[in-house]
Design a protein around this ligand. Structure first.
Ligand code: ZN
Length: 357
């Protein structure tokens, strides 16, 4: 089969698209003909070796969608011909957290494409627990762009912060993958949403996603902005995946009893923290990562019915995956980049949903 892969970590020039052996299908696995693969910033970090999957050649890619071709003998929920999206989190099934039902806390949590073989190839062998059905009227491109970032944002806002109608929610990096999902989820919950981004063009996307207030953080202090809009009150919930660059001010932007939820630290993991603000305002500082299968089902049902929409900036053939990585790492534009197998791309056999919010 044709596959995107690399034999070593490095810059985008390590990425190849060529023949690799077809995957072997285990008893509990489905062979999926991949029709689209979604890229995330995670793919760039993994290519650079942070973290390293350890084995080469490595096929990258956590997000994808396709059609089941054959099923292993223990598979019960899928059959050949089913349209499916990849739910990329895997858990051990035996630790106390898996047994108690919150599999996102699994001690041996792994992500397809990051720790194990990914799905940016013509075929993938995937456990049925890592597949979710997609309705006939949802395109493979749309289905491949949604799962990772929408599940992450859903758990942050819904399960962890428990955002409710009328609350003030501040979302950083609102044009990014998790950011634009968080804006939509908060707005759909009836919250008033403040969005920060580095350019007016990115803020336009945040507005399309449902943000009520737009803050260009290169030109405006976001603490000053949200306090000014709320008679000095501030945010009930802050969604921060930026890290060191925003952390101290995110705490300042919180009102009494607010929740600050973090799922990443792209600008660095060790900011100073003013502890007096945390106890005086009685803040909840919350970590969050990925989500449970139930959370995936909940959020994807809203993606399938159009309530939530992944923004796709471009669709490229898999042979141009190096270009897709460049677009992500150089922060050209915003939204997901989706790759499709070259023969599908050349045949135009995908629905172009770029720019759809
Ligand atoms: Zn476990």
């Amino acid at each position: 089969m044709k596959a995107v892969y690399y034999e070593e970590h490095g810059d985008t020039d390590v990425i190849q698209y060529d023949e690799l052996p077809d995957p072997e299908v285990g008893r509990d696995e489905c062979l999926v003909e991949m029709k689209a693969g979604g890229l995330n910033h995670l793919d760039v970090w993994t290519r650079r070796g942070m973290p390293s999957p350890g084995e080469f050649p490595h096929i990258p890619g956590s997000d994808g969608a396709g059609v089941v071709q054959e099923v292993g003998e223990d598979v019960t929920r899928f059959e050949a011909g089913d349209r499916v999206a990849v739910a990329p989190a895997t858990s051990c099934g035996t630790c106390e957290f898996c047994r108690d039902g919150d599999r996102s806390l699994c001690e041996n949590f792994m992500l397809i494409g990051e720790h194990t073989t990914g799905v940016h190839s013509e075929y993938s062998a995937l456990a049925e627990d890592n597949l979710v059905p997609i309705p006939d009227d949802v395109s493979f491109v749309r289905a491949a762009a949604a799962p990772l970032v929408f599940q992450t944002a859903w758990r942050m806002l819904t399960t962890r912060a428990e955002v409710t109608q009328g609350e003030n929610v501040l979302v950083h990096g609102a044009s990014g993958g998790v950011g634009h999902a968080a804006v939509q989820i908060a707005a759909n919950a009836g919250a008033e949403v403040w969005a920060t981004a580095s350019s007016d063009a990115k803020l336009e996307l945040a507005a399309e996603c449902g943000a009520d207030h737009l803050i260009n953080y290169d030109e405006e202090d976001f603490v000053h902005a949200i306090k000014g809009d709320t008679d000095g009150r501030g945010a009930d919930v802050v969604v921060d995946h930026i890290g060191a660059a925003t952390w101290q001010d995110s705490i300042k932007a919180c009102t009494q009893g607010a929740r600050l939820v973090t799922c990443g630290a792209t600008t660095g993991p060790n900011p100073e923290t003013d502890i007096t603000q945390i106890f005086w305002k009685q803040l909840d500082i919350m970590g969050s990562t990925m989500g449970t299968p139930g959370e995936m089902d909940d959020v994807l049902s809203l993606v399938w019915d159009g309530t939530l929409t992944p923004y796709v900036r471009d669709v490229l053939p898999m042979s141009e995956t190096d270009r897709a990585h460049e677009m992500l790492q150089d922060r050209e534009g915003f939204g997901s980049v989706v790759v499709v197998p070259d023969d599908e791309y050349e045949a135009g056999a995908y629905e172009d949903v770029t720019g759809n919010v």
